[in-house]
Design a protein around this ligand. Sequence first.
Ligand SMILES: [Zn+2]
Length: 73
Amino acid sequence: MAPETAVTRIPEPADETEVMREQLEYLIDHAAQEVQCGCSECQRYLRVRSILLEIFGEPQRPQVKEIPLARAA
Ligand SMILES: [Zn+2]
């Protein structure tokens, strides 16, 4: 335990990116074992996966015009 690190912890964007990458790789690696243990890591992976797939595989939204018209007022 090093209390100094907690105090002098400076958030660096590069570190955060690195951490995210490591987390992602960890989750992917965990889920790649084809063992649906259903632990918190598995659920985190599914969450992250759905989010990423939503970003990258977002279907072209039909531009539905659902603008609420306030003409009645
Ligand atoms: Zn798991």
